[in-house]
Design a protein around this ligand. Structure first.
Ligand code: CO
Ligand code: CO
Ligand code: CO
Length: 328
């Protein structure tokens, strides 16, 4: 769904009255948080979508890493998941069993289990999970705590929407997309644990609204702005070349850009391919972390030491002009 219409619909929902609902549908966070006692709260979230790759096992892994990501973005630990499956009558059932195998393997890696699920017939496959995790309310990280002077850190490259669009159409090989596929199936668990241990101000995961969409949500939640250095943004192999061809651009590049561009100020020096990729919808994207100056070096060093290729991409600043995001 487009960003503007989704926000409108969510804001029209009646305000939940249960005081134990710490985080509900009126914030930009993708997960809900429900307090069960003094020191514990449940994190609940759901994500499902049609295959973005042809290999069913890989699709199961990616869909699962993606669904778990909203729990990790809050600094939570996933516990149990239920599957959401749409499956065509005329497809061999081995396809479904491969998707589920990929999914189970990823959940196992995450230390979580499948608790059940629901399947319906549909013309097109869709797969995903509803995930329940746990978080200490005091240590929970949301998208709304960013502070002026924070460094913004991104833990995975962008461009997955473009690369998978080209891959599905056979315009690049699986080998050429290897870094993208590897990244999409990677859990955000290590990055999540390290950010909780280090202490950060805000976090969100980068998915369908693209890097700038999720950054915009984070900044709006705290009334701040950001300056992003285009050259420092990590991008998947071949994405910059692929995005130059219109046919490789997922439709959401256009809808995200249309909604966000009034809030973005772009320097002339920014390459037009990079500009498009800023709006590219991601699947199982990285964490976008807003961390205070005094902790940023520790965070980056620890992330890198544990194999997370995190990059600082810009800074949070006071909002002074019309724009919320400056890209230079
Ligand atoms: Co989500
Ligand atoms: Co999310
Ligand atoms: Co059922």
């Amino acid at each position: 769904m487009e960003m503007a219409s989704l926000m409108q619909v969510l804001h029209q929902l009646p305000r939940p009255e249960d005081p134990n609902l710490i985080l509900g549908p009126h914030t930009s966070d993708d997960a809900g948080v429900y307090r069960i006692d003094e020191g514990r709260a449940l994190v609940v979230t759901v994500d499902f979508f049609p295959p973005i790759v042809d290999d069913p096992y890989l699709f199961g892994q990616i869909a699962t890493a993606n669904a778990l990501s909203d729990v990790y973005a809050m600094g939570g630990t996933p516990l149990v998941a239920t599957t959401v499956v749409c499956f065509p009558k005329d497809l061999p059932v081995i396809v479904l069993s491969d998707i589920l195998q990929g999914s189970c393997d990823k959940l196992k890696e995450a230390g979580a289990v499948i608790g059940g699920g629901h399947t319906i017939n549909d013309r097109e496959i869709k797969y995903g999970l509803s995930v329940t995790g746990i978080v200490e309310p005091e240590r929970m990280i949301t998208s709304s705590g960013a502070k002026s002077g924070d460094t913004l850190i991104l833990t995975k490259p962008i461009g997955a929407g473009v690369v998978t669009t080209a891959l599905k159409a056979g315009r690049i090989s699986t080998e050429d997309a290897a870094d993208t596929l590897e990244s999409m199936k990677r859990l955000n668990n290590v990055a999540s644990r390290i950010m909780v241990e280090t202490g950060v101000n805000a976090c969100t995961d980068v998915t369908g609204f693209g890097l700038l969409g999720h950054l915009y949500e984070m900044l709006s939640a705290s009334g701040l702005a950001a300056i992003i250095e285009a050259e420092s943004i990590p991008i998947f192999n071949h994405a910059t070349t692929l995005v130059r061809k219109r046919r490789n651009r997922p439709a959401a590049i256009w809808t995200n850009g249309e909604f966000l561009s009034p809030h973005v100020r772009l320097s002339e020096s920014v390459d037009s391919s990079v500009e498009l990729l800023l709006y590219d919808p991601q699947t199982s994207g990285g964490l976008l972390i807003s961390v205070g100056e005094e902790r940023k070096d520790t965070l980056l060093e620890r992330l890198r030491r544990e194999g997370v290729d995190a990059k600082p991409i810009g800074m949070v600043v006071e909002k002074e002009g019309e724009w919320t995001i400056e890209v230079r």
